[in-house]
Design a protein around this ligand. Structure first.
Ligand code: C2E
Ligand code: MG
Ligand code: MG
Ligand code: MG
Length: 277
């Protein structure tokens, strides 16, 4: 009896797995031509400076709207792109488009403080090794000043091969590009990494920010990250600020920049132009 049930169980799970695999293969196939079909676009979320509340830059976030599947979440399709290697094609396209958009912002903001552009870079793009060339080409072709480009890397991209990562990051910083560690605090080993990996800033993960008002431990950790980063000469961005109280406490604790729904949602390139320029 148990054997039969086991067999059925196996069949059930294996069918579920087949379906998951099938869905991924389908997504990968559809994603392959998505950029050329115009289904992919960039949204921009503003970043603010806490001391004076000024908008100082924006993060580019990739969006996918498929004609039949509808909107596919970045957490899903970025993973597919990363696993399949497609990110090595998409990443440079995103970077180039974002740099071109950022040049348009600067042109219509003449006289005002320039806005930086933050672009997410996946672990695979970093491991690939040609990132400095790709970045150099995007800057040259679009004319965006290097110091206005901020690359966001996750801790996981850096962990593992720190020597390789460090040398790539040094090369990028040598060009004038800024490097930020994204989702900081979730990787646990963050503190020791900051000594060995050259970065300009850290983005405190929104899971910490979410609870700074309710959980004294999260507030203590956030405060400690800010103090530690500043003592190393590193800037701090808080992500996922959804409430005025979170903004106020981060400002009080000396956090440099903030981003989140309370301050501004990600919007289309045109909408961002209308707000920022
Ligand atoms: P991330 O780089 O940490 O980006 C921040 C994510 O938090 C974005 O999700 C953004 O929409 C969301 N967010 C911003 N403010 C708030 C808030 O106040 N509350 C909450 N709950 N969420 C907020 P999104 O756009 O879904 O992107 C998810 C992740 O996908 C990004 O996390 C990033 O790791 C990745 N991603 C997005 N675009 C790209 C890209 O062009 N290239 C690469 N490699 N990864 C990307
Ligand atoms: Mg990011
Ligand atoms: Mg993040
Ligand atoms: Mg995240």
């Amino acid at each position: 009896q148990a054997k039969v049930a086991g067999k059925n169980c196996f069949r059930f799970y294996s069918r579920a797995m087949d379906q998951a695999v099938e869905r991924r293969v389908h997504l990968e196939h559809e994603l392959r031509g998505a950029w050329d079909r115009g289904e992919l676009s960039l949204a921009y979320q503003p970043v603010f400076r806490l001391v004076d509340g000024a908008m100082i830059g924006a993060e580019a976030l990739l969006r996918w709207k498929h004609p039949e599947l509808g909107v596919v979440a970045p957490s899903v399709f970025i993973d597919v792109a990363e696993q399949s290697g497609l990110i090595e094609v998409l990443g440079p396209q995103v970077l180039r488009q974002a740099c071109a958009d950022a040049v348009r912002w600067q042109e219509s903001r003449k006289g005002e403080e320039p806005l930086f552009l933050a672009v997410n870079v996946s672990p695979r793009q970093l491991r690939n090794g040609d990132l400095p060339d790709v970045v150099e080409a995007s800057l040259r072709e679009t004319g965006l000043p290097a110091d206005l480009l901020h690359l966001e890397l996750t801790e996981t991209a850096v962990i593992g091969d720190e020597r390789h990562a460090s040398s790539l990051l040094s090369q990028l910083r040598g060009m004038g590009v800024k490097v930020w560690l994204d989702d900081f605090g979730t990787g646990f080993s963050g503190l020791s990494h900051l000594r060995r990996v050259p970065v300009d800033g850290v983005k405190i993960d929104r899971s910490f920010v979410a609870d700074v008002l309710r959980d004294p431990d999260d507030l203590a950790l956030t405060t400690a990250i800010i103090a530690m980063a500043h003592s190393l000469g590193i800037l701090v961005v808080a992500e996922g600020v959804e409430k005025e109280g979170q903004y106020a406490i981060l400002r009080e604790r000396g956090c440099d920049f903030a981003q989140g729904y309370w301050l501004g949602h990600p919007v289309t390139a045109d909408e961002f132009m209308a707000v920022a320029c």
